[in-house]
Design a protein. Sequence first.
Length: 580
Amino acid sequence: MEYALDRFEQQVRAAIAATGQVPDGLIEVTAPKPNIPADLAFPTFKAAKQLGMNPPQLAGALAQAIHPAADSLVASVVAAGPFLNFALDPVRLSAAVLEEVEELGPRYGSDDQGAGKTVVIDYSSPNVAKLMHVGHIRSTIIGQALYNIFRFLGYNVVGDNHLGDWGKQFGMNIAAIVRWGKPAGDGEDALAQIDKLYAQYARMAKEDPALDDEARAWSLKLEQGDPTARELWQWMVDLTLTANQHNYDRLGVHIDHNYGESFYEPMLPGVIQEALDKKVAYRDEGGAVVVDLGNSLPTFLLQRSDSGTLYHTRDVATLLFRLNEFHPSQILYVVGMPQELHFRQLFALVRAMGYAEDVELEHIKFGTIFDQHGQPLSTRRGNMIYLADLLNDAHQRARAVVEQASPDLPAAEKDAVAEIVGVGSVMYNDLYQDPRRNITLDWDRMLALEGNSAPYIQYMYARCRSILRKAAAEDIELPAAALNAQLPALLTHPAEVALLKQLARLPGAVREAGARYAPFVVADWCYETARALSGFYRDCSVLKAETPALRAARLRLVAATAQALLNGLGLLGLRAPERM
Ligand code: ARG
């Protein structure tokens, strides 16, 4: 799709090319430094060198030769030393941007670059019969944001929750439940109970080998399809899915598939055999199947000597299944940093087997979460935070913020806003920076109404909505359609122009976020937009603008900003309150 800034760039390139002085391959445009009063620059170094000129000379000659067309988005061309600087025409830009936002509405910023292509995203992927830990929380939030971004870019996106629902540990879970009974309830509490029973069983089994045998026997029975084992296992799977669903709903997470590791069990013998046949793995004296790719990667197992399979084995089967089922151009694994080696091994093995040659396989790694005291969250340390508790805590704290910001809202609305802001603050904290960095649960910063936080951006959105509501209530006659077309020409205050330029950047931010697997590019855009908006509110009055026409023009700008912000926040999975 083509947006105003795309056309601007095309016009700049075409203008340079039309001079006939620079061969096409040497035309490179970049964003000028922030203190330069221009919107695109052509650094002429390379071209000048090839042409045997000095760069300022070339820039000067080009500036002389370029005369933008009357309807061009290019307002001026100036040589500044070796640079050729192009400035946007603010009036044509504002007409184009307002028109685009108004026409596309919730689709403003979207693209069709992904048309015909499929991306599989492996995210959330918690383990059955366990509470989601921080790794799963981050995976869920980052994965859903990537999902939204790729969809917006026009890709067919397949989200797969690769549930950890298979493995030896379920034998012990079942043995413990058979011994002590099923915990009651169906929420995270019940999951926590199962986890406790498991830990207790594991402790006792250390002293008593009979218990260990019993667990192993259940594990075998589960594999062989014993009805009791299967039923208890299914009960744990369902319980986990139900408990997690409540969190997913609060986080706006929609998962397409929950195949889970167990789904691939029937494919594993074939995978192991194929790896052996292709000589990327061998069977050692003990009977284990070892992968040795002969490169710098450590060897790993596809089958243990007791014939059991592993996480790796299931991931190979999963990858082959996805290639075959979805024909993706990319598969993204949103999984914590500690599994880096696992994925390097997985990708290398699958490629050595001759698959996925033109498929991009990407491990989107993320760092850990630290508590307020700078300690990593962990069950062992005892500072582990369950997702539901985290969201409840966020809600409570946000409630206090709402109380302070808008004491007059009805109680029910305060609650609704607290949920939007509280959950939003947790998600935003996960998304505003490079995922590889660690995050800290610093509530003061996360919930600050000033600074790079969800509440700040959400508050700026609510301010737009409140102005638009007031304007509607005052019911000042809207300008005639003819006048409406002239309104953009009135938006020439630097704060207005800055805001319009910021709105024009959303499509580019979405593309960059997709290309770099970086939701933070969209988060940055939201924050910068909120800042541009606050500059605009500071300098320009909307409802009390000097003339009705200016007021109408500014209202259009406010409405467009609200729409664009809503789109940006929506890509991150955040909601925005109407009042705050
Ligand atoms: N369940 C795994 C864990 O908790 C994460 C799975 C990630 N996805 C994958 N295809 N391995 O560590």
